[in-house]
Design a protein around this ligand. Sequence first.
Ligand code: ADP
Ligand code: MG
Length: 559
Amino acid sequence: ESQKETLGFQTEVKQLLQLMIHSLYSNKEIFLRELVSNASDAEDKLRFAALKDDGLYEGDSELKIRLAYDAEANTVTLSDNGIGMAREDVVSNLGTIARSGTADFLKQLSGDEKNDSKLIGQFGVGFYSSFIVADQVDVFTRRAGAPASEGVHWASKGDGEFTIETVERAQRGTEIVLQLKPEAKEFADGMRLRNLVKKYSDHISFPVVMASESEEEEQKGKDETVNDATALWTLPRTEIKDEEYKEFYKHISHDFEDPLSWSHNKVEGKLDYTSLLYLPARAPFDLYNRETPRGLKLYVQRVFVMDDAEQFLPLYLRFTKGVIDSSDLSLNVSREILQSDSIVDSIRTAVTKRVLDMLSKLSKKEGDAYQKFWNEFGAVLKEGPAEDFGNREKIAGLLRFASTHTGEEAQNVSLEHYIGRMKEGQKKIYYITADNFMAAKSSPHLEVFRKKGIEVLILSDRIDEWMMGYLNDFDSKQFQDVARGELDLGDVETEEDKKHQEEATKEHQGLLERIKKALEERVQEVRVTNRLTDSPACLVVADFDMGAQMKKIMEAAGQ
Ligand code: ADP
Ligand code: MG
C-alpha cells in the first residue's frame, strides 16, 4: 500500500509561501541557488555518514548534482545522489518550519515588497522558494541505505496542502521537478541555467552536471560539469573574486544579503586548518533566541562533519558565519569531543582573534560599514567583556556609545574618540547608566559635567551596567560611573571648587543632619555636593553597591 495522504502545511508555511511569492518575485532566480545548496548539503551529509558505513553509497560513490530541463514541458529538474529523506523527514522538512519565533516574525511583514523581501531574506526561505517560479513541485526521494520500496513522492501546488505517497525508487537521493509558471518559462533554458549555476554555485564542493548542448555530434548529450566544483575555501585567496566570496556566503549562511566583510586564512605549522569567516550585514530575526543555530560549518580534510559547530567561537561572536576545515581533527569527532579538545581550544583562540581583528579593520574603514554592524550586533558584542576577559581591551575598543558630546541616542562614539576629547587634567572616562536614554540624559548627575564641558557616555541598554562591571579601564584610563561614590573630576576640579564644597559643608552642617534624620534608614549619608548646578538634590550610590539597573534585574529575577 502506498498510503497516499493529503496533508496541510503548517500555518506558518502557508503564510510564508504567500508572502514570499509576492515579495521575492523580482528576485526569482534565487530558487536555483537554494535547491543546489540543499543538494550540496545532502551530498555532504551522505559523505559523512558513509565514513562509518560505506554501504550507504550503494555502489555509487561519485557524488554529483544533476540539472536538466524540458523547454516543451516547461520543467526544470534538479537531482542529487545525496542522503535523501525518509517519509517522516519529508513531512517535517517540507511541510513545517521548525524555528521558534517564526509566527511572530511573519507578523512583521507588511505587504510592502521592498521591505518584506529584506526581512524574508534574513529569514531564509530555502526549499519553499521553488514556489516563486513553479506552480507545481514534485519531490521524489529515498533515504540512502533504505530499500527501493521506501521511496517517497511529495507533491504540492503551494496552495496550502501537499500529498505524500510511498513509491518505488531505485535511485537514492532526491529529485525535484519544478513545473514552471508560464511567466517563469525563461528558466527552461540551457544558457540561463548554466549562467545561474556559475553565478550562484560555482564553488560548492560537488559538480553540477548538465547534458552538453555542444554543436559537435560527439559531445552532444554527454554529461558536462558546469561549475568549478572546488570548495571555495581551498583555493588561494588571490584566485577568488569578491563576487565568489559573496555567493559562497549566501550558500552557507541562508542569508540573501551580501556579507559586510570576510576573512580567509590558511594556517600551517603546529596547527593545520583553514578558516573562512564572514560578518553578516543583518541580524537574523531570532538572534536572541537560545536555540538559534550558531557557529561555523566544520569540515575535516574537506569532508563536511557538522553544521553549527559552536565550540569554535565564544558566544558574544555568535553572529559570525563561516567554515573551519581542519586537518588535525579526526573525522569521528562529535560535539562532546569538540568541547574538551585542545586543538579546538587553540583554533577557537585564533578564530576569536581573527573576528576581532576583522571588526577592528572594519571600524577603521571609511564609511558606515562598522556603524551598520554595530546597530545590528552591538548588543551581542557587549556580552564580550564578561565572557572573554583576555580580549576585553580589544572588545572595549569596538564598543560604541551614546554620549553627551552628540546628545543623540545613536550609539556612535568610540572610546578612542572620547579620549581624544578629554579635558586637560581629566583622568577618567565618565559614564552614566539609566533605564532609558532620556532619563540618563536629563539626570542631575550630569549638571557639573555640562558646566565643566566634560563628556559623559550615556548607557541605557539593559546589559550596560552589567557589562561595565567587567570593564575597569581602557587605554589605562579608569571608567567612572558619575552616579557612584565621591566624584573625582581629576585636575579639572579646581582648588576653589574643593574649598567651596568644604565651606558649604561646614556652613550647612545643621541642615544636613536634619535631612538625614528625616530620611532615616533610607540613606547612608547626606552630603553637600558640587555635582549639581540646577537641581537641589540627587541620589548617589556607594562605590561598591549595586547600581539601579542591576538592582532591577536582580529584583525581576526574584533575588
Ligand atoms: P535549510 O536548508 O535551511 O535547512 P530548506 O528549506 O532549504 O532549509 O530545507 C529544509 C530541509 O529539507 C533541509 O534542512 C533538509 O533536511 C531537507 N532537504 C531539502 N532538500 C533536500 C535534499 N535535496 N536532500 C535531502 N534533504 C533535503
Ligand atoms: Mg536550504
